[in-house]
Design a protein around this ligand. Structure first.
Ligand SMILES: Cc1cc2nc3c(=O)[nH]c(=O)nc-3n(C[C@H](O)[C@H](O)[C@H](O)COP(=O)(O)OP(=O)(O)OC[C@H]3O[C@@H](n4cnc5c(N)ncnc54)[C@H](O)[C@@H]3O)c2cc1C
Length: 416
């Protein structure tokens, strides 16, 4: 590490990271610090997708972070990915959040699917199909989006997705509407979560499909504007699917496996948190540098002598350490068929990452003072981006609270 290089969010020795985790987080941190940090304000101001960052991710091999090694990727597991994504989120939240949507297409079809029950025939077919997805990513540098939100309770996991897939020969015809489709207009493929319709029978969550729709598919349109509070570079517009044909080989996971995974591997929904761990760290880093007079363009004014500023920084440091520790534990114990306690801890980690990122940003603004919220500095962007975390389904902050409260008071099978 050079003298002007940022320290890792999770020190490899202190947190006993694997060699691969240490290497990937270093790679991401250097990319973020040297390239993404300077571009973040532009993507935010213009609400533009971070195409240049994606070229850097592609060049560094990071589009294939969770593509298995035998398919040409880094073969990173859940925790290695999460730690790496946190370093990216520290420098550009929109890049980290959209990268998450892309990486999930590999994480879910890769290590996650490997742990799920499937017949030998299903597994062999899945192996053949996923090789095609991985070849697109590794060979052609393709980017995958992951639109599942529809504006109703489906994204909260309560009812089947209203977007349907109806059998047509060997493939399906997809119809429906997805809101907040991050990477819209920039993705090469949209990994659509939808429900396979079985005749006139009521839609069932068991029949959830996860299918790759090429951006060029007839009947697929991106619509609506995009001028949000934060995470502006995600360009999360609306997707309309009007009788879009996709072949059977576009299934990213075999039928029924998404439903199984959602029940048996709930941590799969925690992958949006690394971005916000990165933002929390960035707010703290900025505050310390600003008060020490180390932020470029600030004339070297030191503002650290005030006891109340020192007190606030102490509060920020404590909250950051609490958040990081809980999150690291939850990410480290992600597994298939976790215990009830582990699931509750995952909800707590999700809630803490999302809410505390915003809490740290608002403390940072108060502590640094008026000039720190000028658009020429990153803090006001971090503040706006951080507010978006708690809204992300299916584990929004409110849903985490509901589930922890219920699970704490009712054992499985209990009711009043
Ligand atoms: C910057 C950004 C990027 C995003 N990117 C993506 C993306 O790439 N892909 C994607 O699929 N989604 C994405 N989302 C969407 C996100 O995950 C949520 O689905 C979205 O914010 C929900 O918005 P809503 O207005 O429908 O909210 P909400 O009202 O929160 O949720 C919608 C519905 O869910 C149910 N619900 C919510 N909370 C509860 C509760 N506590 N109890 C019971 N029911 C509840 C209700 O029926 C509610 O009407 C993104 C969101 C943001 C802000």
């Amino acid at each position: 590490m050079t003298a002007d290089e940022d320290a890792p969010i999770f020190d490899p020795a202190a947190f006993r990271l694997t060699v691969q985790e240490a290497e990937l987080t270093t790679l991401a941190r250097r990319l973020g610090q040297n390239k993404f940090a300077a571009r973040a304000a532009t993507f935010d101001r213009e609400a533009r997708f971070p195409t240049e960052n994606y070229q850097d991710l592609r060049d560094a091999g990071l589009l294939g972070i969770c593509v298995p090694r035998e398919h040409g990727g880094f073969g990173a597991d859940y925790r290695a990915y999460a730690l790496t994504a946190a370093e990216i989120g520290r420098y550009c939240g929109a890049t980290a959040l959209t990268w998450n949507m892309h990486v999930c297409s590999c994480l879910w079809s890769g290590p996650l699917a490997d742990g799920m029950d499937m017949s030998n025939a299903e597994r062999a077919e899945h192996e053949r199909r996923r090789a095609q997805h991985y070849a697109r990513i590794i060979g052609a540098g393709a980017i995958y989006a992951q639109p599942f939100s529809e504006g109703g309770t489906a994204a909260a996991g309560a009812v089947p997705f209203a977007t349907t897939a109806r059998r047509d020969g060997d493939g399906w015809r997809l119809s429906g509407r997805k809101i907040f489709a991050s990477l819209s207009g920039s993705a090469d493929y949209y990994g659509i979560l939808c429900t396979e319709a079985q005749g006139d029978a009521a839609l069932s969550r068991r029949n959830t499909l996860y299918v790759a729709v090429p951006a060029t598919a007839a009947g697929l349109t991106v619509t609506g504007d995009w001028d949000p509070l934060g995470m502006r570079g995600t360009v999360s517009r609306t997707l309309l699917l009007d009788n879009v044909y996709v072949g059977a080989d576009e299934a990213i996971m075999p039928a029924g496996v998404y439903y199984q995974a959602a029940i048996r591997m709930p941590h799969m929904f925690m992958t949006l948190t690394p971005t916000y761990i990165g933002i929390a760290q960035a707010a703290y880093d900025f505050t310390v540098r600003y008060l020490r007079g180390e932020v470029p363009g600030q004339g070297g004014d030191k503002r650290r002598a005030s006891p109340s500023k020192q007190h606030n920084v102490a509060e920020m440091q404590i909250r950051l350490e609490q958040t990081k520790s809980l999150w690291f534990q939850a990410v480290s114990e992600a597994r298939i068929d976790p215990t009830r306690e582990q699931v509750m801890r995952a909800y707590a980690a999700q809630f803490s990452a999302m809410e505390n990122a915003n809490e740290l940003c608002q403390l940072a603004v108060r502590t640094c003072g008026g000039q720190s919220m000028l658009k020429s500095l990153p803090l006001e962007r971090l503040y706006r981006d951080s507010r978006c975390g708690s809204l992300m389904l299916p584990w929004s902050a409110d849903l985490c609270l509901e589930r922890i409260g219920r699970d704490a008071l009712y054992l499985p099978g209990e009711s009043d």
